[in-house]
Structure formats: C-alpha cells, structure tokens
Design a protein around this ligand. Structure first.
Ligand SMILES: NC(=O)c1ccc[n+]([C@@H]2O[C@H](COP(=O)([O-])OP(=O)(O)OC[C@H]3O[C@@H](n4cnc5c(N)ncnc54)[C@H](OP(=O)(O)O)[C@@H]3O)[C@@H](O)[C@H]2O)c1
Length: 283
C-alpha cells in the first residue's frame, strides 16, 4: 500500500512528496530548517511567513544553493485573506508536502492575556492548519500521494498552566493528525503530528524562559526535530523527537496520574515563566 511504507531514499522521498512543498511558518528557526532540508532533498518550495525580508533572504540562499524553484508568500496565516491568497499563489503547483509549523503562543496566566490573543492562538494554530489540511489534503488524495506534518507540542498531552490556550490548540493538532493518518494512509497520503518539547528557536528564546535547574538543558536543535519528523512521516501517526522527550512523555502519560502530570507541568512552567508575570501571591 503506497501510504504505509517508508520512503527509503531522497529519490523516493521526492517522488512521494514532491515536486513542491509548502512550509507555513518558514522565515526562521524550525520552519527555515524544514525548508532547507526539503530543498536539500530537491523539493521546490512555497515559503509562507509574515516577514518578507527574512523570507526572501532564505529563498534566495536556498534557490542558489540547491537549484530549486522557490515562491515566497508573505502573509499572516491568522488573517482573513489566508486561504484565498494561498489558493491563488499555488495554482498549478503540485504540492506533495504540507508542513504546518507556524504558531502563536500567548505565554502567561489565562486572564492576564487578552481574549484577542487567545483567539489569535485559535486562528494561527487551529483555523489555519485545518484550512490548509482541507485544501491540500483533498488535492493529495486526488493524486493518490502526499504528506502532511503538523507541528505540535508535548504541552498538549495535558492541561498546561501559563500556556493553557496554546496547549489546547496543540492538542487539536495531535488528534486531527491521528484521525487523518487513519483515514488517508491507505490512499497514499501520510499525516504526522510532530510532538516537540522545547526547541532552540528564536521564538522560544524570545519567550524568555527562565532556566530551571535540571530542566534547563532540555532544549533540542531544530535540525534534530526536522530529521526525526521526516523519517517518521509515512511510518507512524505521531513522533516525539529526542530520547529525553520520549522518556519524559512516557513518565507523564503512563506513570503519573493525569492530575499529577498537570501539577508537574504547572510546576515546570511556573518556574520558567512566573517571572514574566506581575507580582502575585502563590498558594
Ligand atoms: N520552540 C519550541 O520550544 C517548541 C516546542 C514545542 C512545539 N513547538 C512548535 O514548533 C513550531 C515552531 O516553533 P517556533 O515558533 O519556536 O519556531 P520557528 O519555526 O522558529 O518560528 C515560527 C515561524 O512561523 C512564522 N509565523 C508565526 N506566526 C505566523 C503567522 N501568523 N503567519 C505567518 N507566519 C507565522 C514565523 O515567521 P514570521 O514571524 O515572519 O511570520 C516563523 O517563521 C510551532 O508549531 C510550535 O508550536 C515549538
């Protein structure tokens, strides 16, 4: 069955997931790393993000280095024009791989962030990936091949204080990917939720996490996340990059009670982010 076996080589990867990939959230960090690895494998790229200058610099560098075609599409994925613009810009392109990487995380206590910020998390992390999965998934099913990677987070395995809405949106992505993996795998379309722990990206570092003793070195490099995600695509519905993350996820989900996992996650996130909050009594 075409959707179940793992592509064994770059050539097979290109045949299964090429000739074009769309990376949503590609201007820096993990998204740019996905773009570079896909370019290295010979896929042409549609790169989407808001910062046009960063996108264009990346596009020029990759086009020259890998001799591929690249289209940069500067837009806000949370905006109302997203789907219309993407439909217009990808007309006639055979997109065999969609990577939804963009995310918005409003870090802080729930009521200290605005409702607009919470809704922006829904628009960026739920509405936009859902729409793009519907758009490109339909085309991939018609073609009988393709792949979709949704970036999500270990924080989605239980309620996570300080990022409650973000973690809830990421839970949506895990469950959506799992359902579609089962629906589409026999028709040649592979869906994967990449469930990451902390990654050393500019976005993560900009959220000002405080180093929390033994947990401070738990971040992994974007290259490792991309390598593990691309290798898991077509083989399984979810992947947790990094052995330490797989171990901690096992403990959190299978050895601790759900209540204990929620409290432990709260403890970690309070240590990382309580300093970003206005003074408040802990109880
Ligand atoms: N970093 C971590 O520790 C970590 C942990 C677990 C899961 N993840 C997941 O991994 C993915 C990437 O994480 P990251 O943000 O740290 O890394 P990133 O890939 O370095 O940055 C996010 C990218 O998405 C773009 N983007 C964000 N909002 C957008 C919007 N509204 N419209 C268009 N583009 C947008 C950003 O570019 P512009 O600003 O130019 O638009 C940027 O290129 C996310 O899905 C995140 O939930 C990350």
């Amino acid at each position: 069955m075409p959707g179940i076996s793992k592509p064994a080589s770059t050539k097979q990867f290109l045949q299964k997931y090429g000739p074009w990939a769309l990376v949503a959230g590609a201007s820096e960090g993990l998204g740019a790393t996905y773009a570079e690895e896909l370019a290295r494998r010979g896929l042409n790229l549609v790169l989407v993000a808001r910062r046009e200058a960063l996108l264009q610099a990346l596009a020029s560098r990759l086009a020259e280095k890998y001799s591929i075609q690249i289209r940069s599409l500067p837009l806000d994925l949370a905006g109302p024009e997203t789907f219309g613009r993407i439909i217009a810009e990808t007309k006639g392109l055979e997109i065999g791989l969609l990577v939804y990487n963009a995310a918005f995380s409003a870090v802080g206590l729930f009521l200290e962030r605005t409702l607009d910020e919470h809704l922006r998390e829904i628009d960026t992390n739920v509405r936009a990936p859902l729409g793009l999965v519907e758009l490109f998934g339909k085309r991939m099913l018609q073609a009988g091949r393709g792949g979709i990677i949704l970036m999500t987070s270990l924080s989605a395995f239980q309620g996570s204080a300080y990022i409650s809405t973000y973690s809830a949106t990421k839970a949506f992505n895990i469950v959506l990917a799992e359902g579609l993996w089962e629906e589409w795998r026999r028709d040649g379309v592979d869906v994967l939720a990449c469930i990451a722990g902390a990654i050393r990206t500019p976005n993560y570092l900009a959220s000002s996490p405080r180093q929390t003793g033994r947990f401070s070195d738990a971040t992994i490099q974007p290259e490792k996340v991309v390598a593990e995600a691309l290798s898991a695509l077509g083989r399984q519905p979810t992947v947790i990059p990094g052995a330490v993350n797989r171990l901690s996820s096992f403990v959190m989900r299978h050895l601790l009670s759900r209540r204990a996992a929620i409290r432990f996650m709260g403890f970690i996130l309070r240590g990382m982010y309580a300093h970003t909050e206005p003074d408040r009594k802990e109880n």
